[in-house]
Design a protein around this ligand. Structure first.
Ligand SMILES: Nc1ncnc2c1ncn2[C@@H]1O[C@H](COP(=O)(O)OP(=O)(O)OP(=O)(O)O)[C@@H](O)[C@H]1O
Ligand SMILES: [Mg+2]
Length: 257
């Protein structure tokens, strides 16, 4: 495909990483490969994520019980929107934990036909509060009407949420612009998730899909490694282009149903 058809970042400035070539060789031994070279890398994050998900459930239950109490006592109407954000946020965490636990079994693909745009909108809806609080401008350019894909919607939705989450985290308050574009290309749909955040250096770009690679204080560095595995099992290819200071673009190539 002609890459010049999708950049918003000027081509001359972008650094780019194409992961498609790693899909056919999961046991790739090349030291530069962003794909986990050993099985240890694949298993340890799964165990850690599972333990973490289970541990988070207990304090989350306490938060839910406490917020129910606060809700019944609250009289100041100005506080209500903040309580609503906590309620939605903890429901979201609960949902993500359930998905994370389901994702332990990444290789099991429960594929079904679904609308690509609906899946994307649902992933975006899960980020609504963060988008609103950060005053991020979202633009949708859904160029294709026929948008049926056949994937494991739970897991691919989780993968999309990871990519969107990173985009939101990379953008500045009031300055963020998130653009979601879909296109029909032959027997595939191209889905482009473009942000105007801090961008990724050429050096870091080689590492972002490796487990535990993170540049964030408190980051786990597990979002994209899990995402890559999910996409791989659902036969979805991914390209990433980025430029420090300008932003990042993830492009997914998804088979039509
Ligand atoms: N859209 C983006 N813009 C800038 N940097 C990004 C973007 N997406 C990913 N990154 C970089 O890739 C790194 C790895 O991302 P990944 O989602 O795997 O882990 P994380 O976000 O650091 O932690 P978590 O496990 O909580 O998701 C991030 O720390 C960040 O440096
Ligand atoms: Mg992340």
């Amino acid at each position: 495909m002609n890459k010049s058809s999708y950049p918003r970042i000027p081509l001359s400035l972008r650094t780019s990483l194409n992961l498609s070539s790693y899909y056919t060789a999961p046991d790739h031994k090349n030291a530069d490969s962003p794909f986990p070279a050993t099985k240890i890398w694949k298993d340890r994050p799964a165990l850690l994520a599972s333990a973490l998900a289970r541990e988070v459930r207990n304090p989350l239950t306490n938060i839910n019980l406490s917020i129910e109490m606060i809700q019944s006592l609250i009289t100041d109407k100005e506080l209500q929107p903040f309580v609503d954000i906590i309620v939605r946020g903890s429901a979201r965490i609960n949902h993500l934990i359930n998905e994370l636990l389901q994702c332990q079994n990444i290789e099991e693909v429960l594929a079904g036909e679904y609308s690509l745009h609906q899946l994307l909108d649902e992933a975006l809806a899960g980020m609504e509060d963060r988008i609103t609080l950060k005053k991020i401008k979202v633009t949708k350019e859904y160029a294709t009407q026929d948008d049926t894909i056949c994937v494991d919607t739970g897991k691919v939705g989780f993968a999309l949420a990871n990519i969107l989450n990173n985009a939101i985290e990379a953008m500045s308050y009031k300055e963020g612009e998130l653009t979601l574009t879909t296109r029909s290309i032959g027997n595939k749909y191209a889905l482009e998730i473009q942000d105007n955040g801090i961008g990724i250096s050429n050096e870091d770009l080689k590492n972002i899909f490796k487990p535990y690679f993170t540049n964030k204080p408190g980051g786990m560095g597990l979002g994209l490694s899990t995402t890559l595995e999910i996409l791989q099992y659902n036969h979805i290819d991914i390209d990433v282009s980025s430029e420090r200071g300008l932003g990042t673009c993830f492009i997914l190539f998804i088979n039509k149903a």
